[in-house]
Design a protein around this ligand. Structure first.
Ligand code: PSU
Ligand code: MN
Length: 309
């Protein structure tokens, strides 16, 4: 007996017909809604991200697990349920099978969203900042990285979250053979700030160039992802001293309260929000929406390339 993934996948009619027509579709993750941002910022970000994808000429497909089905493309009511987050697990790719069997509700992290997008036939997704190697604990490596190495999805992200060890995160991506590409920048963006000290080997300027890179990457590595790093818009970036101070306080609090595992990232983001008087939430909102815009533009350019071929 074999049960295919299609019995667990539920595509919205709009997403299904767009994919069938070869129209551009962008997957959006839902953990940043349920666990990364407070209400009502989260629902506002969900709707604004979808609107940004549409303005770029693509169709948004926010992904979440609802009652044991992977939904690709959510209604506004469903987005609101996810944003309220009541009873929603935080699912990594590893958790999908167990949560489907349990008929659970879950928000999907980058790793789970990438896996679901790949099954649905979507090749671009947007997030705020991917997970990576946590500071202090080099064994706490997000499943986002390993999943990127094994699924053909281009992920648009503002670098990796500043709460992480950025040099180790880049090393790990190199080990996995995942290309890290600056989108209009030569340096790895650092989430709340537009740049880290870490320079990148690859850079593209504009959506058409990014689409050509994604196409050639998938041609040589048909089963491997690529990370497109789009810096936070300059006018929305936080001063780096503000980030450093808040981050330091948040990391200390996590250590003294022994917060770890899946709870660590949401805890740190929440503490940084408190420490910065919510300035970090405004920056987080802006970078997520801008990444959705860029993903939409790249998806649109990629669909045009595929149609021309
Ligand atoms: N980007 C944000 N906020 C978030 C996340 C990304 O702006 O909350 C989420 C993504 O779902 C990512 C997850 O996959 O954080 C990483 O969690 P962890 O470090 O536990 O792997
Ligand atoms: Mn972890």
């Amino acid at each position: 007996m074999s049960v295919g993934v299609s019995s667990y996948l539920s595509l919205s009619p709009e997403v299904a017909s767009s994919l069938a027509d070869g129209a551009p579709v962008v997957a959006l993750e839902s953990t940043l809604l349920a666990h990364g941002l407070p209400w009502p910022d989260n629902i506002e970000v969900a709707l604004a991200s979808e609107a940004a994808v549409r303005r770029s000429g693509a169709i948004p497909a926010t992904i979440a697990v609802l009652a044991g089905q992977i939904h690709v493309g959510l209604s506004q009511k469903e987005l609101e349920r996810v944003a309220h987050g009541q009873g929603f697990f935080k699912a990594s790719a590893a958790d999908l099978g167990p949560l489907l069997a349990a008929q659970a509700d879950a928000a999907t992290t980058v790793s789970a969203t990438v896996a679901a997008a790949a099954r649905a036939g979507i090749s671009i997704m947007a997030t705020g900042g991917i997970g990576g190697v946590h500071r202090g604990d080099a064994l706490d490596v997000s499943c986002d990285l390993t999943t990127l190495a094994s699924e053909p999805v281009a992920v648009v992200s503002a670098g990796a979250k500043a709460i992480l060890d950025l040099p180790k995160t880049l090393e790990y991506l190199e080990t996995l053979g995942v290309p890290v590409v600056g989108y209009g920048t030569g340096n790895l963006p650092a989430f709340y700030t537009s740049s880290s000290e870490l320079s990148l080997m690859h850079r593209v300027d504009g959506a058409a160039a990014a689409a050509r890179l994604v196409r050639s990457h998938f041609a040589v590595h048909p089963r491997r992802g690529v990370l497109l790093c789009n810096p936070i818009p300059a006018s929305e970036a936080l001063p780096s001293e503000v980030v450093e101070r808040a981050l330091h306080a948040a990391l200390q609090a996590a250590e003294s309260l022994h917060v770890g595992g899946k709870a660590l990232t949401p805890f740190l983001l929440g503490r940084i929000a408190t420490e910065t008087g919510l300035a970090s939430v405004r920056a987080n909102r802006a970078l997520i929406i801008d990444n959705a815009r860029v993903a939409g533009e790249v998806a649109t350019a990629l669909a045009a390339l595929r149609r021309a071929a």
